[in-house]
Design a protein around this ligand. Structure first.
Ligand code: FES
Length: 102
């Protein structure tokens, strides 16, 4: 059963409009910052496995750096496919710790 686990600290989070890759127990995550609020998604793009954490944030979506597919930060759904999407995870901040439910 998923539980909140420490991923990183607040100071390591990406700046607003940016994303960054993190690894927890061999699982790669994309943490994206939209106007100061951070979201956690699988790092591997559902199209061909591009690194979403190296993409940019645009109007509530993370844009894959390889071919530009966009994934909603809250649902993980893509406008480019009705069936392909990425998993999203709950993220919360406690003090200086960033926790992800995984
Ligand atoms: S691998 Fe992400 S858009 Fe193609």
């Amino acid at each position: 059963m998923p539980d909140f686990r420490k991923l990183t600290t607040v100071s390591e989070l990406p700046a607003s409009g940016e994303a960054r890759e993190f690894t927890i127990d061999g699982h790669q995550l994309c943490i994206a910052n939209e106007s100061g609020k951070c979201f956690a998604l699988d790092n591997f793009c559902a199209h061909r496995g591009g690194p979403l954490g190296q993409g940019v944030v645009d109007q509530g979506k993370i844009v894959c750096p390889w071919h530009g597919w966009q994934f909603d930060l809250t649902s993980g759904k893509s406008e480019q496919s009705a069936t392909l999407g990425v998993e999203v995870y709950e993220l919360k901040i406690e003090g200086d710790d960033v926790l992800v439910k995984i």
